[in-house]
Design a protein around this ligand. Structure first.
Ligand SMILES: [Fe+2]
Length: 190
């Protein structure tokens, strides 16, 4: 059975949200499950391999972030099952269904790991915010609320990551790995 078929499979349940809505919500949640699992393993990859003078604080920060993502993986998967759906959460399914790019294996320095993670937290944050609106429109305030909780944490973590980069980005020291021209323009008018 394909991941797409599995993602939309429903079991009989007495819950009052209509099946047509639940199928769509479960597909969105399974997409989030894949991306969250992928992101968690990427943060662990950074936790294990980061080097440099900021090693210890980044090693600790990355572990804290991975722990939060692990909790959300479980909450998202269990929301799928509460809706009568089938949670698709193996490593292979996560790898093939994730919206995120693979983590770069050729980086060492703390700044490069922070940049790689910020580049992944930003699209993940966008996906989560879009899911708040979609699940709300589908009449599932509880799933929208779960997404809102995740969204607040992910935005906060994007801030934590970007706070390591913003001084250099404002001064234009990060080259191509740093802020885009428009971000620099915003920074320069502040
Ligand atoms: Fe560890």
């Amino acid at each position: 059975m394909s991941d797409n078929t599995l993602s939309s499979r429903l079991y009989p349940t007495r819950i009052d949200i209509p099946a047509e809505a639940r199928v769509q919500i479960v597909v969105i949640l399974n997409k989030t499950l894949a991306a969250s699992l992928d992101l968690k393993t990427q943060v662990k990859q950074a936790h294990w391999n980061v080097k440099g003078t900021d090693f210890y604080q980044l090693h600790e920060l990355f572990d804290e972030i991975a722990g939060e993502l692990e909790e959300y993986v479980d909450m998202v998967a269990e929301r799928v099952t509460a809706l009568g759906g089938y949670a698709v959460g193996t490593a292979r399914a996560a790898a093939s269904n994730s919206i995120l790019p693979e983590y770069p294996f050729d980086i060492l320095d703390g700044k490069d790991h922070v940049t790689a993670l910020a580049d992944r937290f930003a699209p993940f944050a966008k996906h989560i915010r879009e899911a708040i609106a979609k699940t709300d429109e589908l009449g599932d305030a509880d799933t929208a609320d779960l997404y809102t909780e995740i969204s607040r944490t992910i935005d906060k973590r994007l801030w934590f990551l970007e706070a390591h980069l913003q001084v250099a980005e404002i001064k234009g020291e990060n080259g191509s790995a740093g802020a885009t021209k428009s971000q620099k323009a915003v920074a320069s008018v502040k």
